[in-house]
Design a protein around this ligand. Structure first.
Ligand code: PRX
Length: 636
């Protein structure tokens, strides 16, 4: 691709400057030179952060799958597009070429059509990390259906909420999934969810574990016979630049998950451009991102970004610790992986294990290492650098969000320098700014504040499905005229950014965003619970862990505290998913509140972190006396 990759610091600086001086001209050139369009755009950008409304490449016609598949067939038809590594190391890896991917996606697209799915319809995908997941995503895009992938670790209640919020007509799932030495019965989770989802007419079921499942007459169909009967040719639907491509739910600090809506052209241009630059992908390379496609990292940097670049992208079904903690490194060696992208929580977990898990493997193919999802601590950064990268691979600490669609702040290998725990510099087109709590912009270096972005970039989410007002309130009201990320950051003396963490009520546990409100709502459903408050505290492996303060009603029957704790966690697992279970539960006589009745989480956070002597002024509380008793029985 021409003009696509940045090499050298001078090139970064001049490219960045151009992108800020004239963003339209910059993105015009990137989009024009590197993609296939059925019709070029009339207007590069129109935007208004008050409304808010952002449109990129208006008037353009395209289909993202032509860019991810069709255009590669002539030159890369036999090249591996998706390299599937199964959960069980004894099962053979699958090399799916671009030709074969084309065949699979076209057939699947025809199956969607023959089951009544048309452009604009929403399709929920609830699948494990098997090739059908990537194929289903692309098949939706082929016909202009809007995919909504739900991570297959979510519970039936969480799944139903997401299906109903966007009125999905179809669910694509499997008979089950392998995860380490366990199997998970996904189909029965779907069956439970669908008891409450009147709009779903069809469930397509991929066979993976071969279990004996219930198929509901008239609703459920096995996928494979449908694919076998379908034509391998499905002309791509003509999409407008701003037609929605997908919805992906992310936790908010309050209430319902937010269905972030990403649109077609801008998302394609930005994910492809950033993939190429941040990972410096070369034609023969094998790239592996260990995320699940149920999260934005998988959407942008397993599926769309790599495939738009004609890359070989690894999809791994299993876990880092099965059959042992050398599994990641065994896969790197086996497939000669060149770029490896994972989360700090995985690095911390593996760094705790014996080094013999690493030293037995040849990791010399590695060129670039990446991290994403949460701040990486110094120790983990150095372990990654020393034992995995052998101090010879730049670490790209990539900062971004479900909402941003692609990486916004990150080093670029061989162009910008790395610095432990720093995401460093904005990518071309990204204009970060720091603000203090009063909304005053903090200019110059050596500043710490709330991280905002001042100018639109092509892959930003355009709205929250069905709730534009919430989109405006959440992202564009705190610091008018800018996009507020919800993160705190500092800018050092050289202008490099370090993300310090969330400044709202979202807690990142093992790289997963969890809102405190939905967890509290789940706990409060328990018959014996009066109220609850969740805070995060530092955890060696998970980054943050969840500490719950729970006030019980007067009557709890004859249940012991241990039984209650078990029930509370079971309730959370049922209503949200096992990832949201609490690490610590403390029963309290009350929760500290302001005179207006607001729970003082700041105090609870400090107690959970063991900072008992540093609680500040508590005399203005409605009930200062509860603080003493909470301190006394704190679980620290
Ligand atoms: O707090 C930031 C953190 O993860 C949040 C976004 O989470 P999610 O939408 O699930 O997307 C994760 C994958 C892109 C951010 O608001 N975060 C993400 N990357 C980093 C990070 N925090 C520090 N450093 C990072 N590299």
């Amino acid at each position: 691709m021409s003009n696509f990759q940045i090499k050298g610091l001078a090139n970064y600086k001049s490219t960045y400057q151009k992108s800020v001086d004239d963003p339209k001209a910059f993105w015009d050139a990137v989009a024009a030179e590197n993609f296939v369009w059925q019709k070029k755009w009339d207007k590069t950008l129109s935007w208004d952060f008050e409304k808010p409304e952002v449109k990129w490449f208006e008037g353009a016609k395209l289909n993202i799958t032509e860019n991810c598949i069709d255009r590669h067939l002539e030159t890369r038809g036999d090249k591996t597009a998706i390299l599937f590594e199964p959960n069980d190391p004894n099962e053979k890896a699958l090399h799916i070429s671009y030709n074969e991917l084309s065949d699979r996606v076209n057939r699947f697209a025809n199956v969607l059509k023959s089951n009544g799915i048309a452009k604009g319809d929403r399709v929920c995908i609830y699948l494990p990390m098997i090739p059908e997941l990537a194929v289903a995503v692309l098949a939706c895009a082929r016909i202009g259906a809007i995919h909504s992938v739900v991570f297959a670790g979510f519970s039936s209640t969480a799944l139903a909420t997401r299906i109903n919020d966007s009125d999905c007509k179809m669910v694509i799932t499997s008979d089950g999934s392998f995860r380490g030495d366990k199997t998970i019965d996904l189909k029965s989770i779907v069956d439970d969810a669908l008891l409450d989802c009147p709009v779903v007419a069809t469930v397509l079921v991929a066979k993976r574990i071969g279990s004996n499942i219930q198929m509901k007459d008239g609703r459920d169909k096995w996928l494979q016979p449908e694919l076998d009967a379908a034509s391998p040719i499905c002309p791509p639907e003509v999409m407008d630049a701003e037609d929605p491509l997908f919805i992906l739910y992310t936790s908010g600090s309050t209430g319902m998950p937010k269905g972030m809506v990403h649109t077609t052209a801008g998302y394609m241009v930005y994910t492809a451009y950033t993939f190429s630059n941040v990972f410096q992908y070369q034609e023969e390379d094998v790239y592996w991102c260990t995320a699940d496609i149920g999260w934005i990292t998988g959407h942008s940097y397993i599926v769309y970004g790599p495939l738009a670049n004609g890359a070989t992208t690894v999809m791994f079904e299993g876990t880092p610790s099965y059959p042992d903690c050398g599994r990641f490194w065994q896969i790197v060696e086996k497939h000669k992986v060149n770029q490896f992208y994972t989360a700090p929580t995985a690095i911390r977990a593996l760094a705790k294990e014996s080094l013999s898990n690493v030293s037995g493997h040849d990791l010399s193919s590695l060129k670039v290492l990446g991290t994403v999802g949460e701040p990486i601590n110094e120790e983990a950064w150095h372990w990654y650098d020393e034992y995995i990268g052998k101090q010879n691979c730049p670490i790209v600490d990539t900062w971004w969000q479900t909402e941003t669609g692609g990486i916004l702040i990150s080093p670029i290998p061989n162009a910008t320098k790395t610095k432990p725990t720093y995401a460093t510099l904005p990518l071309p087109g990204i204009q970060p700014a720091l603000f203090d709590e009063n909304g005053v912009e903090l200019n110059g270096n050596n500043q710490e504040g709330r991280l905002c972005i001042k100018h639109p970039w092509p892959s930003m989410a355009r709205t929250i499905w069905g709730n534009h007002n919430r989109y405006r309130e959440t992202y564009f009201s705190a610091f008018p005229g800018t996009y507020f990320t919800g993160d705190g950051a500092l800018r050092d003396e050289d202008g490099l950014y370090r993300i310090t963490g969330r400044v709202d009520d979202v807690i990142i546990v093992s790289g997963h965003n969890l809102g405190t409100a939905p967890i509290e709502d789940a706990i409060n459903e328990h018959l014996f619970v009066a109220e609850s408050a969740i805070v995060g505290y530092p955890h060696e492996i998970k980054g943050s862990a969840l500490y719950g303060y729970v006030t019980l009603k007067d009557t709890v029957g004859d249940m012991s505290e241990e039984e209650l704790k078990t029930e509370i966690n079971a309730l959370i697992a049922k209503l949200i998913g096992p990832i949201a279970k609490l690490d610590k539960i403390q029963f309290t006589n009350g929760l500290p509140k302001t005179r207006s009745g607001k729970i003082m989480r700041r105090i609870l956070r400090k107690i959970a972190c063991g900072e008992m002597d540093n609680l500040g002024d508590i005399s203005t509380l409605l009930n200062p006396e509860v603080v003493e008793s909470i301190k006394e029985s704190a679980l620290v």
